[in-house]
Design a protein around this ligand. Structure first.
Ligand SMILES: [Zn+2]
Length: 435
């Protein structure tokens, strides 16, 4: 931490950092005086899904699906036009960037090449967005992700979204299929059907091409499979044991926190969606006072009801112990929003960034929260030479907040200045003064 400080940028990289008296700006340099703001490296969201935005349906609709967890909205994303989907991805990417997220790791649910094409379009300057590390299709075993598909077409539909692992040969082939689309890493969803030899084959094949392997693993068995196969990061990791943390530390495997539903997140999402649809309905009935009153009464009842609160049952208690155990274990950690949800009233960027301060609520120091989405994340991505710190040689990816985020971590939700690769994306702090 340095105060006061100046940063000299040349083209898209940082050239010098230091006390303002030591950093000499050449004549003709554009000067941005950010006053008392705190400058930070651009934020890194290590786990997101820019090409899905499903609306959580009502409980009745969930109950009709036997596992109750995956959503009609996800199915729509697969069977609707990929063009429509990638344009939505472009919007969500821009919204992430405007909230200070200058790099994301996009871990699946993008169709065959939605994320790699979005990455390339951003890099080519066609649309604004963060730097993207794209995983391409998620590798899964034949499980219960999506139900009730037309059996005659099921494989064709599934293969637009996933690559199925079935034996070690098929596992290697899945990695190569993703390589063909120029992915930056491999994402695997581990469950109890996935064997250690299958995942080991994935890891070997990916590492041969210098791609890291991020493994979704929630239960204890899947976490052990990921450890034994030598994954690079474990996503979620909810049921990790202390013994497994020790093994992860020994092997240098990253723990990627995804506190998506911490702090009644889904309650707020569902309440917002219900309120939004009832409000729209009431607007359509504007002429009819009595009906309007009926709908607004109904909205109140629904918002108070038990089912809305059950959405949030998951993470609060879990995270309050998980965060402290992981940090204490000495395992390397980062964090991602795992955002893939429509949040009424918030942009995708606002919804994503709101997931990081909750780590502090769950017991992480503010500085560790900042590290989890800057320096630590950069190392997990293998991009520690490019991003994650305000240092000479790194990309000029910077954000500024008005206050001191080490004292109030929620400052991260109020980013006032965003720069990516030396380009100002947003500046609510001060007009530039050319020298
Ligand atoms: Zn995810």
């Amino acid at each position: 931490m340095l105060s006061p400080a100046a940063v000299l940028i040349e083209n898209d990289k940082i050239k010098a950092v230091g006390a303002p008296s030591k950093v000499q700006a050449p004549s003709g340099a554009k000067v941005f005086d950010l006053g008392n703001a705190t400058l930070l490296p651009g934020l890194i969201d290590s786990h997101t899904h820019l090409l899905v935005d499903p609306i959580t349906p009502a409980e009745a609709e969930r109950a009709r699906h036997y596992n109750g967890s995956f959503l009609p909205g996800l199915l729509l994303a697969i069977i609707e036009s990929p063009s429509k989907r990638v344009l939505m991805g472009a919007q969500l990417a821009r919204e992430d960037l405007e909230s200070g997220i200058t790099t994301v790791r996009n871990l699946g649910h993008s169709g065959i090449d939605g994320d790699t094409e979005l990455r390339d379009a951003i890099n080519a300057g066609r649309v604004p967005g963060p730097r993207i590390l794209a995983s391409g299709r998620k590798l899964i075993t034949r499980g219960d992700y999506i139900q009730s598909l037309n059996p005659a077409l099921a494989d064709a539909i599934l293969e637009q979204e996933f690559l199925l692992i079935d034996g070690t040969d098929r596992a290697r082939q899945a990695v190569r299929q993703n390589e063909f689309h120029n992915v930056d890493l491999i994402k695997v969803a581990a469950d109890e059907n996935l064997t250690v030899p299958e995942l080991t084959a994935v890891v070997e094949e990916a590492h041969r091409k210098h791609l890291k392997v991020a493994v979704h693993a929630v239960d204890k068995t899947s976490i052990q499979t990921a450890i034994d196969a030598g994954a690079d990061s474990i996503e979620h990791g909810n049921e990790v044991t202390d013994e497994q943390l020790k093994q992860m530390r020994g092997k240098g495997i990253f723990f990627d926190f995804t506190p998506t539903s911490y702090g009644d997140f889904f309650t707020k999402v569902v309440q917002g969606i219900i309120a939004e649809s009832l409000t729209k309905r009431a607007e359509r009935l504007e002429a009819d006072q009595r009906n309007r009153q009926r709908y607004s009464d109904l909205a109140q009842q629904v918002l108070k009801s038990e089912f809305v609160h059950r959405f949030s049952a998951s993470d609060n208690q879990l995270y309050n112990t998980l965060v402290q155990r992981v940090v204490k274990s000495g395992v390397k950690f980062a964090a991602g929003s795992d955002m893939g949800w429509y949040f009424p009233g918030k942009t995708r960027g606002q919804a994503s960034v709101s997931r990081f301060p909750v780590l502090h609520q769950a017991g992480m120091t503010s500085l560790d929260v900042i590290r989890a989405i800057t320096t630590n994340a950069a190392e997990m991505l293998g991009w520690q030479d490019r991003i994650g710190a305000v240092e000479p040689g790194k990309f000029a990816d910077l954000v500024a907040v008005s206050g001191d985020p080490s004292a109030d971590i929620t400052e991260l939700e109020r980013v006032r200045f965003v720069m990516k690769g030396g380009q100002v994306i947003r500046n609510e702090l001060q007009e530039d003064q050319s020298k």
